[in-house]
Write a protein of this length. Structure first.
Length: 456
């Protein structure tokens, strides 16, 4: 938080007066996410998780280092995976130890100025099927079969028992109430934590296919008839204790195949559409094929809902497993350009220290091609963005925006990756301060501003 004192005794905080101004990504027709001051936000960051540990060791794999290192590379956003089975191991018995661990992680994020999305995560429903998420006591299968697929875990979603478990979660009144209570508890506990930006109601929800139904048709039906009512129920539960935190809603993962969602209207003014950005072939180990047009097809499909419903977009997960294949450098460049065209941000998968999906190795060095995710960006703009450009070859980032009017916020914040940067502003604006990885710009009300950051 900038605390520089300006001429005439005005502080930066005083210049960030709340406003109802609402900007939009350049030429996209999609609203942007905004902060409590009405500034247009850009979120860039990573998922943080501990899927391995449970009970007393739950969340122990997440440390302060995660947030310190992310912020040092310019990232301001973390999607924190939490598990209902850890939070409520027995019906109605919530783990106070688990809640304290979540709070400790939020404290670390706040210390390093990283905004957090709390994600109620599930993989293949939960521990009844060897994964994490919905507690075993809330899993009902009607005795249908389940066969594990250790070499292709995602295919387990199509096992009859797993599909029936989703149906019961969506349709059984007692499970509906239990899920709502869980979210009401989380929102009541963390609504006032300064690091909390939003709540992601359920990770990658799936459902039960009907006889003769193809996958795309089933996904649209599940989204329309089951996910939409569930999201409205959970939003109501959260709003009973928390009136302002952003609520993130996901389609089924089938959106990754370029299928527009069937989600309906969520009756809440602070909804964010939060799809994931995965390609089936690449997840199975294939290289990126630029000629296949997958990114273009995905972008066309995924932007339909937010345009119709007038809600912001933040992509909750993305990034391939095999990041060093020959075309992956091209993939990261194409993906970054696409994500910047329509979204208010993204969280890559995943910030950890090792191999596989990890962003960095054990020494904290970006793994091959993942350094391309670390670009300059304007994390909070006090006005309406006209254009942003970044030339990686010359290391030059340029932001053009129309500053807010006299009653709006006036301070714009830039996030800059590790390395030396020189920041300048054109007429009508003043660079208040720069620090490693950050810069703050004050603009005159209504000014047309250009800010340039150059590496070196």
């Amino acid at each position: 938080m900038l605390r520089t004192t300006l001429a005439a005794g005005a502080t930066v905080a005083a210049l960030l007066a709340p406003t109802t101004a609402h900007a939009a990504p350049v030429d996209s027709g999609i609203p942007v996410l905004t902060d409590e001051h009405g500034r247009a936000l850009t979120l860039r960051g990573w998922n943080v998780e501990d899927k391995a540990n449970r009970g007393d060791a739950a969340l122990s794999a997440i440390t302060e280092r995660h947030f310190r290192d992310m912020r040092a590379e310019g990232f301001n956003f973390a999607r924190l995976l939490v598990f209902w089975d850890d939070l409520e191991p027995r019906p109605g018995r919530y783990s106070q130890g688990y809640l304290r661990k979540i709070e400790q992680i939020l404290d670390w994020a706040g210390k390093h100025d990283v905004k957090v999305l709390i994600d109620a995560h599930q993989d293949v429903f939960g521990p009844a099927f060897g994964h994490r998420g919905v507690p075993a006591w809330a899993t009902r299968t009607d005795g249908l079969p389940f066969t594990p697929h250790p070499d292709d875990w995602f295919s387990e979603y199509f096992e009859p028992a797993v599909q029936r478990a989703f149906t019961h979660l969506y349709e059984d009144e007692d499970l509906r109430r239990a899920q709502a209570r869980m979210w009401r508890l989380l929102a009541d506990r963390f609504e006032d934590h300064p690091a909390v930006l939003g709540y992601d109601l359920i990770n990658e929800p799936m459902g039960e296919l009907r006889k003769g139904e193809d996958l795309a048709t089933a996904a649209r039906r599940i989204e329309r008839d089951q996910l939409t009512p569930m999201y409205n129920r959970l939003a109501d539960a959260i709003r009973s204790v928390d009136g302002s935190t952003w609520i993130f809603v996901e389609p089924t993962p089938i959106v990754g195949e370029g299928v527009p969602t069937g989600l309906g209207r969520i009756d809440d003014p602070r909804i964010v559409y939060a799809p994931h950005f995965y390609n089936t072939g690449m997840e199975a180990g294939a290289d990126y094929d630029p000629a296949a047009g997958w990114i273009e097809t995905y972008e066309q499909a995924v932007t339909r809902y937010p345009k119709e419903q007038k809600v912001p977009v933040v992509v909750g997960e993305w990034g391939p497993l095999n990041n060093s294949l020959p075309n992956m450098n091209r993939f990261y460049r194409d993906a970054m350009a696409s994500l910047g065209r329509y979204g208010s941000g993204w969280a890559g998968y995943v910030w950890c220290y090792g191999g596989g999906y990890c962003a960095v190795d054990s020494a904290g060095t970006f793994r091959t091609n993942k350094e391309l995710t670390a670009e300059p960006y304007a994390e909070a703009v006090a006005g309406t963005v006209r254009s942003t450009t970044y030339d990686a070859g010359t290391g030059t980032y340029r932001l053009s925006y129309d500053a807010s009017g006299r009653r709006g916020p006036r301070v714009t914040e830039l996030s800059l990756p590790a390395g030396g940067w020189r920041v300048t502003a054109g007429s009508g604006a003043l660079v208040l301060r720069t620090s490693p990885g950050r810069a703050w710009v004050l603009a005159a009300p209504g000014a047309r501003v250009t800010v340039t950051a150059t590496r070196g």
